[in-house]
Design a protein around this ligand. Structure first.
Ligand code: F6P
Length: 734
């Protein structure tokens, strides 16, 4: 920016100099012709007197010359004969300009002219000498020589120069200020565009939709207004909110997945942190608030580690909240989790071209298991108006079931996956029951406004209810359910990073472990092995990159961390096999020596191991075909405290609406995605820094404490209103 301002001022200075020279030349020539004209006028007006005294009385001729020199600018005058003799002259007439010499020059330079003039230097300063013929009937009588003082011209020149310089200075300053202001606003976009043009990167197609950027800007402005500068959200602030707005009531979370799974291993019991966006987001909230997390006890050592009430205090060593484990038989798990939840609802809600499977038996299981969990929640509460957070598509029926037993409960339900349009949801044989179950909630949250709209449209299409569009609520009898977007996020700072060395050492370590040279270019993908994540498309983009950009062959390696998931379901097993053979195919195509472009790590990785890869990578590619939010994208941003690394992000994730500085791509478009990978690998560090800094600012502010805090504040408001309405009602009836 400073260089730009300097260049601007130098340019304006040069322009000012050039302007001055041109202008001073023009004014000089104007002054010369002005003086010539003056001389002509002076001689013309004295013509009669000159003619009558020319031959008679030299004293009178002298007087006439003296009259002419009354003009303050005419210093001296002389009358010469055509033969070059002096007839008369004023006292101060300079001897340097003899009649003969002047007439010779005049005849030489302008033989036929009536007047001739020249500029000359005298010891007293510059002068203008003019020779004008004195006309008479029989030919010119002689010549009048006039000497004009030019020192006033010099003075005028100096003043003009000063004025001009002052004017140019003011103009330059004004221009510079305007240019700097304009540059300040336009600089970022301009430099990015310029750099893109210079590096030939086709980035414009990786831009987010303008609509999304506008929506984000509006949301940020609204949030800022709402927060009133109360500062960043932290565990302490979330705890304070709970105490202030909800009298510190303990929270009960209902989620299928538990945050700590105990497994039997040959080395003893191991605690695992499952690969789940839901757990990533909610566990820090629970640490901050304390309370009970009701979940399926799915670990092989879960029973033996729980107490006689099926509870266990976590996190290990910290023990700030409880997990209440609910046990499921194999048949229950098959019907409720693998069947209805993951073969029915999961493909129903994700546009990933998988047909949902709806089995009546699975549905019955789903109903029964929802009741089992709802009962467990009711056992864990300690008041008749508890705050219950119901999580995800596994528990669409639980909110109404809990409401039936605890009518005064505040039930906040969050749907972690997309809610499809009404037409699509309409194919589910139990759509009415699912929607009705969710409407047992006080607040129903989705990641995006689009998902909220889809839900409201579905209610409109299939349910008897009134929709209050102004407050985004569904009203059924005396009850209302607020339907709101709450984009989920991650904790900030991420605690796992304390266990990971800095970027520079991690880069070297990870490359060495993978058998890569220290300067190898590295991309990373982190997912559950799920068909919605677009892992096949991602690997195909790497293949396309190596086909279209040969400079990366042998230099670029993509590491895919894939946590096995839902492996009892055929589709997931098939996906696993397809990915394995695709990786082998790509590797066979581009292998040379020990070089393999794809490294597939299909096993569970604990969070610190995942964060090591985020830190070591040059880029992270999130290629989901459809995703409610996607927290991998936000975790990658959180990991990069060096403000380097490029995020390539699918436009079909909720995160693409928040992280507009990522390279946004359509993962189905392999050409576009491979071009984005190439652009990421060629991106100059300064641009990486700019993008990463801006994404880090957003994720740090819009962290998971804010997500939870906003829902709790909304819940508190709703509770207050309901209590007031309750009081009025009891007042009226008494
Ligand atoms: O939102 C994250 C999410 O996709 C949840 O919907 C899901 O419960 C979880 O990650 C992982 O799936 P699972 O619990 O089946 O392992």
């Amino acid at each position: 920016m400073r260089r730009f301002a300097g260049a601007l001022l130098v340019t304006l200075g040069l322009l000012a100099g050039l302007g001055y020279i041109t202008l001073s030349r023009i004014t000089r020539s104007w002054f010369q012709s002005d003086l010539a004209l003056r001389s002509q006028l002076a001689v013309a007006s004295a013509r009669e007197s000159l003619a009558s005294h020319w031959t008679s009385d030299p004293t009178l001729l002298n007087r006439t010359l003296a009259d002419i020199t009354r003009d303050e600018r005419i210093m001296a005058a002389a009358a010469c004969t055509m033969g070059g003799d002096l007839r008369a002259a004023t006292e101060s007439y300079p001897a340097e300009f003899s009649c003969r010499s002047v007439l010779e020059r005049m005849r030489g330079e302008a033989p036929a002219a009536q007047q001739w003039s020249m500029r000359a230097e005298l010891p007293s300063g510059p002068v203008h000498l003019s020779a004008t013929l004195v006309p008479a009937d029989g030919g010119p009588l002689g010549v009048i020589l006039l000497v004009h003082d030019l020192s006033y011209l010099e003075r005028r020149d100096v003043t003009t120069r000063r004025l001009l310089l002052a004017a140019f200075f003011v103009l330059s300053l004004g221009g510079g200020l305007i240019a700097l202001t304009a540059a300040r606003f336009a600089w970022r976009g301009w430099t990015i565009e310029l750099r893109r043009a210079l590096t030939g990167q086709p980035t414009p197609q990786f831009q987010p939709l303008l609509r999304d950027v506008r929506a984000l800007a509006e949301r940020l402005a609204h949030e800022q207004e709402r927060e009133g500068g109360a500062g960043i959200w932290s565990p302490a602030r979330l705890r304070a909110t709970l105490t202030q707005h909800l009298q510190g009531e303990r929270i009960v979370i209902l989620a299928n997945r538990e945050p700590y799974v105990h497994h039997k291993t040959p080395e003893g019991v191991r605690v695992l942190h499952p690969a789940s966006g839901l757990v990533t987001a909610l566990e820090p909230v629970m640490r901050a608030c304390s309370g009970v997390w009701v979940a399926h006890g799915s670990g092989s050592a879960d029973r033996e580690t729980a107490d006689s009430h099926d509870r266990i205090r976590v996190p290990p060593g910290e023990e700030s909240y409880l997990i209440r484990r609910v046990w499921l038989s194999e048949a229950e798990e098959n019907g409720y989790y693998y069947g209805l939840s993951n073969e029915g609802l999961w493909p129903l809600c994700h546009v990933a071209h998988m047909r949902p499977v709806f089995r009546a038996g699975d549905w019955e299981c789903y109903v029964a298991v929802n009741r089992k969990f709802a009962d467990a929640v009711c056992e864990e509460v300690d008041t008749d108006d508890p705050i219950v957070l119901v999580q995800d598509y596994h528990f669409a029926l639980a909110p109404r079931m809990i409401r039936a037993r605890l009518p005064r409960a505040t039930i906040i339900t969050f749907w972690h996956i997309p809610w499809p349009n009404a037409e699509r949801i309409g194919i589910c044989p139990w759509r009415d029951e699912l929607i009705s179950g969710l409407l047992g909630s006080s607040i129903l949250g989705f990641h995006t406004q689009q998902h909220c709209n889809n839900f409201i449209d579905s209610v409109d299409a299939f349910m008897e209810s009134r929709i209050d569009r102004e407050s985004n609520a569904v009203v059924q009898g005396p009850r209302r359910t607020l339907v709101r977007p709450y984009p989920i996020s991650i904790e900030w700072p991420v605690r796992w990073l304390q266990q990971v060395p800095d970027v520079a050492s991690t880069r070297l370590q990870v490359r060495a472990e993978l058998g890569l040279p220290p300067d190898a270019l590295l991309g990373v993908g982190v997912d559950r092995l799920d068909y919605t994540k677009g892992i096949e498309e991602r690997l195909s983009s790497v293949d396309e990159l190596l086909t279209r950009y040969p400079q990366y062959r042998g230099r670029f390696t993509f590491v895919q961390l894939a946590a096995p998931s839902r492996t009892k379901i055929d589709r997931y097993r098939e996906l696993n096999e397809r990915i394995e053979s695709l990786a082998a195919e790509i590797n066979a195509r581009w292998a040379s020596g020990s070089y393999r472009p794809v490294v597939l790590l299909r096993s569970h990785h604990e969070p610190p191991a995942v964060f090591r890869f985020y830190r070591a990578a040059d880029l992270c590619y999130v290629s989901s075909l459809h995703d409610g939010m996607n927290l991998v994208a936000k975790e990658f941003v959180a990991a990069r405290d060096d403000e380097r690394g490029v995020l390539v992000l699918s436009q079909f994730t909720g995160a693409a609406r928040d992280l507009t500085e990522a390279l946004i791509v359509n993962p189905y478009d392999l050409r576009q995605a491979s071009a984005a990978l190439a652009a990421a690998l060629a991106m100059p560090p300064a641009e990486q820094g700019e993008r990463m800094k801006s994404m880090r600012r957003l994720v740090s502010e819009f962290n998971v404490y804010r997500w939870a805090g906003r829902m709790l504040v909304d819940a508190a408001e709703l509770r207050r209103k309901e209590r007031m309405v309750g009081k009025f009602r009891s007042g009226w009836s008494s």
